[in-house]
Design a protein around this ligand. Structure first.
Ligand SMILES: *Cc1c(COP(=O)(O)O)cnc(C)c1O
Length: 231
């Protein structure tokens, strides 16, 4: 377990490096959202990071977010939560209630479910389309060749509030190529948001135009499986 001081120091360091990466390419720090990825970390740890000043978090599972976040959100109503992991259609209703941003709209069936539930509930969190830039079989996301048609389906037919694109580059490739591809797909579709970059490459992502970086281990340290097991 990390101490509150360690968490605070990690957060300050990441914030500083976001600022420096932005400045290096004449961008302003304010145009980049730092999403602190709190998956597998318990509410007390997240509480410490909120108290250190962080206002935006990411979780990759609806069930885990449902276990941890309702009470945190009660205490800290200004804090925003992003869904950054795959969403099953049968959890879409709960996701709309829990999350302020859904970054993983990745297939027509889910897009249609979200559109119907948004109409029904009036909840309309900002959404990103996830692109499988590496065309990896095991990874979620729309293939680059199908991106334009899918974005058009989401925006024009389903009227989803799509604000940008998200990608998770293959682990063994130069992430910059994937960031450049994501930026190009966003540009030609008139989308401003680019959620890309994690602990190992967020500075590179900012150079390639990221508007949102998703940083977990550089803030929270290593991850153990959720739920925590006592022993
Ligand atoms: C876990 C996760 C991250 C954070 O990864 P780190 O390497 O710990 O920064 C970012 N994005 C997604 C989609 C994740 O699942």
């Amino acid at each position: 377990m990390m101490t509150d001081t360690e968490l605070t120091n990690n957060l300050k360091l990441v914030q500083q490096q976001v600022g420096e990466a932005a400045q290096a390419v004449q961008r302003s720090h304010e145009e980049i959202t730092l999403v602190a990825v709190s998956k597998t970390h318990d509410a007390a740890t997240i509480d410490a990071v909120i108290n250190a000043g962080q206002q935006c978090f990411g979780e990759n599972r609806v069930q885990e977010a449902n276990d941890k976040w309702p009470s945190l959100k009660n205490r800290y109503p200004g804090v925003k939560l992003h869904l950054i992991g795959p969403l099953q259609s049968n959890k879409a209703r709960r996701a709309l209630q829990l999350f302020d941003v859904i970054e993983t709209v990745d297939r027509p069936k889910l897009a249609r479910s979200l559109a119907r539930l948004m109409d029904e509930t009036g909840l309309r969190p900002d959404c990103y389309v996830q692109i499988n830039t590496g065309e990896e079989a095991q990874k979620a996301g729309i293939l680059p060749a199908e991106a334009d048609a899918f974005i058009s389906l989401c925006q024009n037919e389903l009227k989803l509030p799509i604000v940008g694109l998200m990608c998770i580059p293959p682990v063994n490739e130069d992430a910059a190529l994937h960031f450049a591809l994501l930026r190009e797909i966003a540009r030609r579709n008139g989308l401003k948001g680019l959620s890309m970059g994690m602990s190992s490459d967020y500075a590179t992502a900012i150079r390639f135009g990221a508007t949102s970086v998703r940083v977990g281990s550089a803030i929270f340290g290593d991850r153990k499986p959720w739920p925590p097991t006592d022993s």
